[in-house]
Design a protein around this ligand. Sequence first.
Ligand code: SF4
Length: 310
Amino acid sequence: MVHSFYLNGYYIALDVNSGAVHLLDKMAFDLLNKFEDKLPEECPAEIVKELSKEYSEEDILELYSELLGLQNAGQLFSEDDYERFTDMMKGAPIKSMCLHISHDCNLRCKYCFASTGDFGKGRKLMPVETGKKAIDFLLTHSGNRHNLELDFFGGEPLMNWDAVKEIVDYARSKEEEYNKKFRFTVTTNGVLLNDENIDYINKEMKNVVLSLDGRKCVNDNMRLTINGKGSYDIFVPKFQKLVEKRLKGENKEYYARGTFTKNNLDFAQDVYHIADDLGFDQLSVEPVIADPSEPYAITEEDLPAIFAEY
Ligand code: SF4
């Protein structure tokens, strides 16, 4: 199995079974993504035709033979030999899982770790059945662990909200039979929050992660809507409503999660804003991870200012 994705300016392919990691260029990424399974000896004509709208036929064929070389060397689409480790894994139960329930997002943050939600692989939502299979897997591979943790992550999980609810309901319906207790978390940018999903989150989710960067000017410089506007005014009142209701209920944990960049090395002001002005006292503001060529990337010369700010 090959897992390929775009992250922080890099096109990456992980050959899961061999553990080989390949840094690709865009053309190799596009070509590799045409294949779900082993590469045939010759590149299929329809794929060459399709890609030749963007690249020269000669380059495609040359690149294909390089990918084939990696495959022949056991570094792409390598054999699945995990079976021989099954006995070893029996004593190592899993207790938590992160479901990428939505590879899509309704924001376009400049520093997005996920290539604005889809990890460079096309915008998709996880089918409910896949989520239910994940629940079954967790139930049957968690040994005698009683408490199981499941995070709904994206992209933006609320874009696949009906699936989230169905998967939660399914998991709850299995708790008694398996003697397990699920603890759910959802991470959201808040754009789609409304009274219905706020109440559901506060009832069912043990924790909720609320993404925001602090002061309006800081947030709106990086966290943009699809049409390029600032997002602060859209989600802040919704986050405040969620937290206000949450603190009156049983599940009180939440955290406001911000990112600072080179543009706001005075990020303590954003911490104060989130805590004092917005009233969120469970929070974390962390440095951006970015391609060093990005203008907002943190570089070594920023470190003294960052240490002082901490
Ligand atoms: S909200 Fe998250 S997933 Fe969406 S664009 Fe921003 S950083 Fe990316």
